[in-house]
Design a protein around this ligand. Structure first.
Ligand code: CO
Length: 690
């Protein structure tokens, strides 16, 4: 078998060195001669891989078993940090995000670390002040980050002006990203043209980019567009060109091959168990495809297989349940129509699921391009994907034909103000005007670099968090995520016991749970459970309010090993008609019952849902209910405060976007049922106004 000597691209060498050296049949191993111009590979398994497929839930302890082996492969870089990891780790995994870099560095000594930096958004969802941005990049570099893949969701590179000099002065690699976006099925149209990208790449090179990355977060780039784009970029700039293309639409492996033909320098892949679906192409097929060519990666495929075996056997069983298995198909053809990046897609589906509105998904798809157009045809990538996504959901669920924008998120208001930067085309002026009515910073949008209007935040954060922060890394966790960051620091320093659900599970625990589920599914547990008493309510119990015609039930559901199990169901005296007797409003799970409220008869019929939030009249007043599941950021009013109808009472975070919930009526706040940081289900009674 003689396959050596294939030249990809336009290199004119007729006979490669391989032809002269290799006589023996092809080896899988590293013994084969080095290619002339190997494609460099960045592995994304430890960041984008689990972010795309497993909700960013990968724990450091599950990366360690393969860390040293990954270091031996010969990757150009390993992406280990940034993106959503910082948020997820401190919020859901009770892990210090900074510690992950330091821990992995102890095992991975040769291969550079790469992180995804959302420019002035850092690893959050808004633009932070310059002082926080500088401190964050300094600390990321000091903790061990080598390559800063930097992007701005609007491709507004004024948002790079603060972080880039810090990356450079720390002696690190600044990789500038072009967020790849389309307004039509293929590259072109009047916004995202070849010329647009080439000009942007030149801007990046001028800013000192050490490499330029085409960041195709939704897998939109078609193979021949990839060819044209990479070719044009190679001709326009001197620095290496890198392609990051998600698999979502199924085109990425073809686009990678065409990019190689066009001379791309670096490609992104994942280890097989973390590849495909909304993640990235796998590395192994690429290694095989290029074997013996002038672009041969030089990787030993047996080493890759050994890593995969560990991932499959020892790691993935812990994460498999997080995989969206609602569809058999691993390709989402809809992405070509609605341009939704993978992470956003699963968020949208989850959000709708939790709101019992999954049947509205097609309306969401139809509304999405309209919202995007209204908001200036912005690329869809964190955080703009969330901004457009949640606003779309809000429009579908709360808007009507006359007014689609009945509930505008705080982030859409910020975007309309210019706080994220300049949009590709101007924002719909009517929407802009409506969004900025009464906007705290002013009703006239800004045109300067966004961070110029953001007050310094670091000193304020230090003063607020006081002794709970031991060092600057702690302060930054709080500065970036005030509510969940503070909660995490309380766990970290033993001031509060972390809840069960943030604790890691061993493989044995997982296995025991799965065995139980398997037995239950096979019907083998039925006899036993019939004789058994109901199990004690555990800590993972969540309560749901279920309304069936006139009856109201409280249902407790406990998650055991990833499968929700209904653990109890009790009928509650109803507070909604047709009720035979009046009763107190149902108290949400774990919330103290509002003491001030006395049942009064007869209760008024529930009002039609408010456009902004659900309200129900109870005897002593009107309740403000959560229109969606989320986390309480803050109460803007306290018990005893007088509110007018429409005054903001609660800020509720859902899908990372903040929603200002207005009072459904005029009155006095009688009861406040939650506090900052509490998670609430849909319809939870947030407060009572009487
Ligand atoms: Co990505």
């Amino acid at each position: 078998m003689k396959i050596f000597g294939i030249n990809i691209g336009e290199e004119k060498t007729k006979m490669s060195d391989h032809d002269k050296v290799t006589k023996a049949p092809m080896e899988y191993g590293k013994d084969r001669p080095k290619a002339k111009n190997p494609v460099l590979i960045e592995d994304l398994t430890l960041r984008d891989g689990h972010q795309s497929l497993f909700a960013t839930r990968g724990r450091t302890e599950d990366m360690i078993p393969v860390a040293e082996m990954m270091d031996e492969v010969g990757f150009w870089a390993l992406e280990t940090w940034g993106g959503a990891t910082f948020d997820t780790m401190h919020r859901f995994l009770n892990e210090d995000p900074w510690e992950r870099i330091r821990t992995l560095k102890r095992y991975i000594k040769k291969t550079p670390f790469s992180m995804l930096l959302r420019a002035q958004n850092l690893v959050g969802y808004r633009n932070y002040a310059d002082d926080v941005a500088r401190a964050f990049v300094e600390r990321a570099a000091a903790n061990g980050m080598d390559i800063f893949r930097t992007f701005d969701a609007l491709n507004d590179f004024r948002n790079f002006e603060t972080v880039v000099p810090v990356i450079k002065s720390s002696g690190k690699h600044f990789q500038g990203c072009l967020c790849y976006s389309l307004t039509e099925p293929r590259m072109g149209g009047d916004v995202y043209t070849l010329e647009y990208y080439v000009n942007k790449a030149k801007e990046l090179e001028k800013m000192g980019a050490d490499s330029v990355c085409v960041k195709d977060m939704a897998g939109l780039i078609a193979p021949y567009d990839a060819y044209d784009l990479i070719k044009a970029l190679k001709a326009a700039v001197k620095v290496p060109i890198h392609l990051h293309s998600h698999f979502t639409s199924g085109m990425a492996p073809m686009s990678q091959l065409k990019a190689i033909e066009a001379g791309v320098d670096i490609l992104d892949t994942c280890m097989t168990p973390y590849a495909y679906r909304t993640s990235h192409p796998a590395i192994e097929p690429l290694v095989m495809a290029l074997l013996g060519t002038n672009r041969d990666t030089g990787f030993d495929i047996r080493k890759l297989a050994a890593i995969n075996e560990i991932l499959e056997k020892d790691v993935l069983p812990k994460y498999k349940h997080l995989l969206d298995d609602s569809k058999v198909s691993i390709i989402d053809i809809n992405v070509l129509l609605h341009q939704t990046p993978g992470g956003m897609l699963s968020n949208l589906v989850n959000q709708l699921k939790e709101m019992d509105a999954l049947d509205r998904i097609d309306d969401v798809y139809a509304e999405l391009p309209k919202v995007r157009k209204d908001l200036g045809q912005i690329p869809l990538v964190t955080p703009t994907s969330q901004i457009v996504g949640i606003q779309t959901v809000n429009n579908v669920l709360f808007g009507d034909e006359k007014d689609r924008y009945k509930m505008i998120t705080a982030q859409v208001k910020d975007l309309c103000y210019g706080l994220y930067g300049k949009t590709a085309v101007p924002i719909n002026p009517d929407l802009q005007k409506k969004a900025l009515k009464g906007y705290a910073r002013g009703e006239k949008p800004i045109t300067c670099r966004p961070a110029e209007v953001i007050e310094p935040e670091l000193e304020k954060a230090k003063q607020e968090i006081k002794d709970l922060a031991v060092d600057i890394d702690d302060v930054l966790i709080y500065a970036l995520y005030p509510v969940t960051g503070k909660k995490f620091l309380r766990w970290k320093y033993g001031q509060e016991e972390p809840p069960e659900e943030v604790k890691p599970k061993t493989l044995e625990q997982i296995k025991a749970e799965q065995d139980l589920i398997a037995k239950a599914k096979a019907g083998k547990l039925v006899e036993k459970t019939e004789k058994k008493e109901a199990p004690a309510k555990g800590e993972r119990l969540r309560t749901f309010n279920v309304f069936i015609e006139g009856d109201y039930y409280e249902v407790g559901v406990e998650e055991v090993g990833g499968t929700p199990v209904v653990s109890y169901m009790q009928q509650i005296p109803v507070a909604v008609p047709p009720a035979p007797k009046p009763a107190a409003p149902p108290a949400p799970a774990k919330a103290p019952a509002p003491a001030e409220v006395k049942p009064a008869a007869p209760p008024a019929p529930p009002k039609a849902p408010m456009p902004e939030a659900v309200a129900t009249e109870v005897g002593a007043g009107v309740t403000l209910n959560a229109p969606m599941p989320g986390m309480i950021i803050s109460y803007e009013k306290k018990v005893g405060d007088h509110v007018k109808k429409g005054d903001t009472v609660v800020i509720l975070e859902a899908m990372k976007m903040e929603n200002a919930l207005p009072s459904p009526a005029e009155g006095v706040i009688k009861a406040v049922n939650f506090k900052s940081g509490d998670s609430v289900p849909k319809n939870a009674v947030l407060c009572i106004i009487g």
